[in-house]
Design a protein around this ligand. Structure first.
Ligand code: FNR
Length: 391
């Protein structure tokens, strides 16, 4: 128990250390919009709310799963929850395993409900837990959804981590079947591939957060903890959020038959941005039967807008918001969220989007690492910009 508690504090300390290292280049910098100087609209006409099928969220970004279970992390959850309650931001907590075995530790999670009784709250568990654990986690938090993280890279590098992933798929299936609220399957910063997303769809998962590489780096976090075997040889392993979105399969993007036909004649795959159109009769606002979320390395509203333009319905933020509450408490996060809301509206207006799904009609360019990824995976990003059904 003691080591699990100190692991939670280690994660916060080391994630925060990464936040203060200063800017680094990521795949978000490899995505550009073609600028059209006469295509803009007014921020007054922008509606930031997003429709996820089962839910409507007031903003296209949310607080992603981080922590809980120790004194320090209970305080962090409290601040995050206060800010979420004040701004309407959906919020997830970190892994609740510790809360299921220890009533004292549970308080570090239930504080979220105390501070935010009516908000949208997601519980969190790792793959490998039982269906009964999932039910108990949901109950403890009166959770609206349950995040289930699949983190094999982190487990590999974690000194006390599991190395046996052979039962994860069947365990996941049990939880999806038994969970009283929708399950959101997520990575923790290494991305969900096309194949993984297809596997998830096959077992009935309807919500996935690709949580890609480029932000909080759990390989480094585990490597930096004492007692770690050195897995730094895996540095750079995994895909970024934008790469995952572009790579997502049609069952997650609602890509139409006509686009697939176009793709087969050009020999390339269509990317996730066709998310907007679930069929010829479906307008850009239509919600696909499965909802793709993105996170990993989101630093500012421009990154949010880029992920939305690549087909995410909403965007999770962990490290950036964690650093804000550590530095400036709940008040600091409230202020930051308000700034992000204003700036996101301004960016929508600049790009001529009244709603997030309108961003799917923007002209995108991919360069550098992201461009090479798209090329290697046979994804034609430019062709998608000219799709008539999203204009
Ligand atoms: C995390 N993350 C995480 N995810 C999860 O599903 N369960 C967890 O318990 C944790 N714990 C955790 C602790 C800390 C301190 C951080 C910063 C993050 C991962 C998180 O949800 C996200 O997937 C990654 O951090 C990538 O997003 P950012 O941080 O680059 O925005």
């Amino acid at each position: 128990k003691a080591s699990r508690a100190s692991r939670k504090d280690d994660h916060v300390r080391l994630a925060s250390a990464q936040q203060t290292e200063g800017p680094r280049r990521t795949d978000f910098d490899d995505l550009e919009f073609v600028h059209h100087a006469l295509s803009g609209t007014s921020p007054d006409r922008v509606d930031l709310s997003v429709n996820l099928g089962d839910w409507t969220w007031p903003t296209p970004f949310y607080v992603n799963g981080m922590t809980g279970g120790t004194e320090t992390t209970a305080k962090i959850n409290r601040d995050l929850a206060i800010a979420a309650a004040e701004t309407g931001l959906p919020m997830a907590c970190g892994s609740m395993s510790v809360a299921l075995d220890d009533a004292e530790a549970a308080k570090g999670f239930t504080v979220i409900r105390e501070e935010n009784p009516d908000g949208f709250v997601m519980g969190n568990l790792g793959a490998g837990r039982s269906a009964d654990d999932a039910r108990r986690a949901v109950e403890l938090l009166r959770a609206d959804a349950l995040q289930l993280h699949i983190n094999p890279v982190q487990e590999t590098a974690m000194p006390e981590g599991t190395r046996d992933f052979s039962t994860w798929m069947s365990g996941l299936e049990d939880i999806v079947d038994a969970c009283p609220v929708p399950v959101v399957v997520k990575e923790v910063g290494f991305g969900l591939s096309r194949r993984t997303l297809t596997q998830l769809a096959e077992i009935g998962v309807r919500f996935a957060d690709v949580s890609g590489a480029g932000g909080t780096d759990f390989l480094r976090i585990e490597n930096d903890r004492s007692g770690a075997a050195d897995f730094s040889m895996l540095t750079g392993f995994g895909q970024s959020a934008l790469a995952c979105l572009l790579d997502a399969p049609p069952e997650w993007t609602g890509a139409t038959g006509s686009t697939s036909a176009a793709a087969s004649t050009t020999g390339s795959t269509t990317a996730a941005r066709s998310n907007a159109a679930t069929g010829d009769s479906a307008g850009p606002g239509a919600v696909p039967s499965r909802v793709l979320l993105a996170s990993g390395g989101v630093r500012n509203p421009y990154d949010v807008v880029k992920a939305l333009a690549c087909g995410a319905r909403a965007v999770g933020v962990a490290g950036t918001f964690l650093q804000t509450v550590l530095d400036q408490g709940a008040e600091g996060l409230v202020e930051l969220v308000h700034t992000w809301q204003t700036q996101t509206s301004a960016l929508f207006a600049l790009l001529g989007a009244q709603r997030s799904t309108d961003l799917l009609g923007t002209d995108l360019l991919t360069r550098g690492r992201l461009g090479e990824f798209a090329r290697l995976r046979g994804i034609d990003v430019t062709a998608l910009s000219h799709r008539s059904d999203v204009h």
